[in-house]
Design a protein around this ligand. Structure first.
Ligand code: CMC
Length: 428
């Protein structure tokens, strides 16, 4: 029995249908609202707006649930590898052994970067942020790997190229930024091992691959692989809705992820913890008080989430991974002690309890990345590599949707009424 909500406006009553998702979430379908009533909805930040119907990721922010294609992220983090989760997100089902092997071979076959692209890296000023470089390089891929005329083949090849080359681009940008010779991908290494090898191998000290660290990297990427309609994914869908090529849509996603309220938070967390250490001797109280002060724009980085109003399930896994990595490497990180102390204080503080502010995925991820040797300014690039399968899956879903339309929100205009142009010499 279809459900409706009644909207009474003026003399009339309108019935708006309710759409029900497979987990019972409900939405009011307002697609005919303006046409029938002349009204639009207003929802800054889109906190109450569903932009699509999607079968990829399910989140329940109140219960702390995250599933990709129905499978809990906890199970994937424990048992899967990043390439398998990537296949799952993009194709909708887990691959068979044969499919996974074929996918890995395809990724290997497409892992090299056109040699001419190396000169692009050399031309960026040394202080450029790696996210700016990555966004530009992803767009540039289009010029080096131009269109094929068969749409399906074009998509599949572009998807594989992006997944494989983004990892090579990231490692290459790191090597070039240090003035070192680039390390090429090796066909005998897994996706994660290859990345670490391209980052850290050098002629003086060959990189020793440690499978536990590769596992930690896989967990990091799996936890970031998709998060339904977040800022960067919505950007990819929106830019893609103009029917731009996939490289351009992904490049826009990279740019959106860069912001400190979104993917840039992992870098901001480490910077915040470092400041607490250097300026407050590791005492977290000043940071906590500043975060609660409404006259101070400071926020605790790594806390709070638009959807999760409980502990972010990814943060729990990341915290465990953090302990495992530090134990494995037999290192201590003073920032981890500060982070744990900060979390303990925050979880007992009435301001954070009342505002439902808990650690999010970015809170512990920076410490894991630091332990792996990733420089702080590359943290968000690591997030981007992880989020790429989600962006692609979401873009593909929107392309395959028969009701795919150009994204074009409306607004309520609050500027001046109609005015006449005044010639420059007559202006007061
Ligand atoms: N520290 C202190 N107060 C906070 C924080 C924080 N980290 N986050 C939210 N608040 C307060 C905020 O001041 C507001 O208080 P009040 O209602 O009294 O004015 C209330 O909580 C709601 O905040 P909001 O900004 O309206 O909530 P939002 O849903 O728009 O913000 C957020 C979500 C993630 C942008 C925000 O929590 C934040 O800025 N967190 C820090 C940055 C961060 O860690 N971002 C990573 C998010 S997870 C990775 C990802 O998915 O990208």
């Amino acid at each position: 029995m279809p459900e409706y909500v009644k909207l009474i406006y003026g003399e009339k009553t309108y019935e708006l249908p309710i759409v029900v998702g497979s987990e019972g979430e409900k939405a009011i379908d307002i697609s005919t609202l303006r046409q029938t009533t002349g009204l639009i909805t207003l929802d800054p930040g889109f906190g109450n707006t569903g932009s699509c119907v999607s079968s990829i990721t399910f989140m329940n922010g109140e219960k702390g649930i995250l599933r990709y294609r129905g499978i809990p992220v906890e199970q994937l983090a424990e048992h899967s590898i990043f390439t398998e989760t990537t296949y799952l997100l993009i194709n909708g089902v887990l691959p068979t052994r044969k499919q996974l092997n074929a996918f890995s071979i395809l990724l290997n076959d497409n892992s090299l970067i056109h040699e001419d692209m190396q000169s692009f890296f050399q031309s960026f000023p040394r202080a450029s942020h790696p996210m700016g470089i990555l966004s530009s390089m992803v767009t540039a891929l289009r010029s080096f790997y131009p269109e094929i005329k068969i749409f399906e083949e074009e998509i599949n090849l572009t998807v594989t190229r992006l997944l494989s080359k983004i990892r090579t681009l990231a490692a290459m940008s790191y090597k070039i930024s240090r003035g070192h010779k680039v390390v090429y991908p090796r066909p005998d290494l897994s996706y994660g091992a290859n990345f670490l090898n391209m980052m850290f191998d050098n002629p003086v000290k060959p990189y020793q691959i440690d499978e536990d660290l590769v596992k930690a990297l896989n967990v990091f990427w799996i936890l970031h692989a998709d998060h339904e309609q977040n800022c960067s994914t919505s950007t990819v869908r929106m830019v893609g809705s103009g029917r731009v090529n996939l490289y351009a849509a992904i490049s826009a996603g990279v740019a959106a992820l860069w912001g400190p309220l979104h993917g840039g938070a992992n870098q901001a967390v480490i910077e915040m913890l470092t400041k607490i250490r250097e300026e407050d001797g590791g005492n977290v109280n000043r940071a906590v008080e500043r975060a609660k002060d409404k006259n101070d724009p400071f926020r605790l980085m790594g806390f709070g989430h638009r959807v999760y109003k409980t502990y972010d399930p990814r943060a729990r896994i990341m915290k465990r991974t953090c302990d495992l990595v530090l134990e494995k490497l037999n290192i201590t990180d003073p920032l981890l002690d500060i982070a744990k102390n900060l979390e303990a204080v925050v979880l007992k503080d009435s301001y954070f309890i009342e505002h439902n502010l808990y650690p999010n995925v970015d809170f512990y991820s920076g410490i894991v990345l630091r332990a792996l040797g990733i420089p702080t300014n590359m943290f968000t690039v690591m997030f981007a590599i992880g989020r790429l399968p989600g962006w692609i899956a979401q873009w593909k879903e929107s392309v395959d949707d028969p009701d795919w339309r150009l994204s074009r929100p409306r607004q309520i205009y609050a500027g001046p009424p109609s005015l006449n142009y005044v010639p420059v010499d007559e202006r007061q």
